[in-house]
Design a protein. Structure first.
Lengths: 114, 114
């Protein structure tokens, strides 16, 4: 299995809703990431989990709350989002250290906040 | 400070011809480079990588060249096919660094004309 699976593929939510994005990988990767991507821009790092511990939070607002229940799963809990948070949210995984790290991305969740 | 730059936002080539996508970097500590291909509303797909100890890596129609003295890499696609039309991102990291350090360029939209 060489894939990162993200669900749902599309999500429309109101500004008062609470929702969660899910990510799963079975490649044995011990680092998992959340990225945000706006149209015509490169992916922007949000969070890094290394060995199931949050190691990087790139000053992301608290309305985004990551969770890593185990080495294969990564969630992103969303609450009270703003319309400007509408974007493609990408999950990725890799080995956490060392050379020849290949970062494998999921196909993303297209989030629209209304 | 943009450490990885793709100065051409777009490139059009005729089917069957060579596509050359360029990438420059400023951080001489980067020692591993990757190219990703991205279709709209999908996650980036890994294409090919190169370590700084090499100057060329080939995989089928895709070849990446690295010129360390010029801090420049390029992706050659030969022959180009209409299905290659996508946004191509160059990315780099420091293998001794933490998992956060995957730095993306801004992307080049490749259009292959039939």
């Amino acid at each position: 299995d060489t894939e990162v699976t993200q669900t749902p593929k599309h999500l429309v939510m109101g500004m008062t809703n609470k929702k969660s994005l899910k990510c799963e990988q079975h490649m044995g990767h011990r680092a998992m990431y959340w990225y945000k991507q706006k149209a015509k821009k490169p992916p922007e790092l949000m969070f890094v989990y290394s060995y199931e511990k949050l190691s990087i939070n790139e000053s992301v607002p608290s309305r985004f709350s990551p969770e890593c229940p185990n080495s294969s799963l990564l969630n992103l809990h969303l609450h009270a989002l703003q319309p400007e948070d509408s974007a493609l949210y990408l999950c990725a995984s890799s080995q956490p250290l060392g050379t020849r790290r290949i970062y494998t991305f999921g196909s993303g969740t297209r989030l629209t906040v209304v | 400070d943009q450490q990885v730059k793709q100065n051409s936002p777009s490139l059009s080539v005729q089917e069957g011809r060579i596509s050359i996508l360029n990438c420059d970097y400023t951080n001489s500590m980067f020692d591993y480079f990757l190219w990703y291909k991205k279709y709209p509303a999908e996650g980036p797909t890994f294409l090919i990588s190169i370590s700084s100890i090499k100057d060329k890596n080939e995989d089928g129609r895709f070849t990446v060249f690295l010129n360390k003295s010029a801090k420049h890499l390029s992706l050659h696609i030969v022959p180009s096919q209409p299905g290659d039309s996508a946004v191509y991102f160059c990315a780099a990291y420091l293998s001794s660094g933490s998992a956060r350090q995957l730095t993306f360029g801004s992307g080049t939209q490749l259009t292959v004309l039939p």
